[in-house]
Design a protein. Structure first.
Ligand SMILES: C[S@@+](CC[C@H](N)C(=O)[O-])C[C@H]1O[C@@H](n2cnc3c(N)ncnc32)[C@H](O)[C@@H]1O
Length: 227
């Protein structure tokens, strides 16, 4: 750990690992490399179902949304005025004029906060690049409606103790007791329903030189001190 240079969020967001042009920001809604496969849910079908059940509105928030291609595709296949889609990304690589019902926000998810609550929050291969991943998970839980669903890709081995060991079982237990499910085989975290989250870890900083993670792309390790 002594030889690791820990970055704060401002430095991290300027890092070439986080702001690089080579990462895939173009995933589609469906298909072999699409949101459906990465998240394990059929986003459009889930929204259609809720609208068919009489929901007044359906709000989908996609964090680290890249170019927003999947969001635009969803708007096209679910042509319903009750659907509102928000995409947030650090880098403005969005289409210039999104259609009605879709908004793109250029911001860091670590500092942004929404005015609304959401029925669905997703983050496809975005948590890998964040510094304080646990604080973001707590914020996400507070942005969900009572029955809202959160699903994201997450590699728990990228969340480590101050002596650079995976927090592993302690972290899994803390996440579970705070309402999150973690699928270690698929490296996917999920949650049903909003709520407050208190995790017994204090953020120490991030390492952008951790090397490639399971996706094959360079990713960011996040370090915490246990309370
Ligand atoms: C691998 S890309 C995935 C993009 C999109 N979800 C997709 O699958 O096409 C990761 C995205 O995370 C974004 N990102 C990284 N750090 C971020 C932060 N702090 N706040 C918002 N977006 C961030 C990057 O700009 C990039 O667009």
């Amino acid at each position: 750990m002594d030889d690791v240079r820990l970055l704060d969020d401002v430095a991290l967001e300027l890092s070439s690992v986080v702001a690089n042009n080579a990462m895939n920001r173009e995933r589609r809604l469906t298909g072999s490399n699409g949101y459906g496969r990465d998240l394990g849910i059929d986003v459009a079908e889930l929204i259609r179902q809720r609208l068919a059940d009489g929901a007044e509105t359906f709000r989908w928030l996609d964090l680290c949304c890249g170019s927003g291609k999947a969001l635009l595709e969803c708007r096209e296949v679910v042509d319903d005025e009750r659907l509102r889609i928000t995409g947030v990304d650090l880098v403005d690589a969005f289409v210039s004029a999104p259609p009605r019902g879709v908004e793109f926000v250029t911001a860091s998810v670590t500092t942004w906060s929404p005015a609304d609550r959401f029925d669905l929050i997703t983050c496809v291969h975005g948590l890998h690049y964040l510094g304080d991943k646990l604080r973001t998970l707590a914020a996400i839980a507070s942005w969900l409606t009572d029955s809202g669903l959160f699903v994201a890709n997450l590699d728990l081995s990228s969340i480590q103790s101050a002596d650079a060991r995976p927090l592993d079982r302690r972290l899994r237990t803390a996440l579970r007791s705070n309402g999150f499910d973690y699928d270690g085989r698929r490296r996917r975290i999920s949650r049903r329903g909003g709520g407050s989250v208190v995790l017994p870890f204090d953020y120490a900083g991030a390492d952008d030189q951790a090397g490639p993670n399971y996706t094959g792309q360079p990713a960011v390790n996040s370090y915490y001190r246990s309370r």
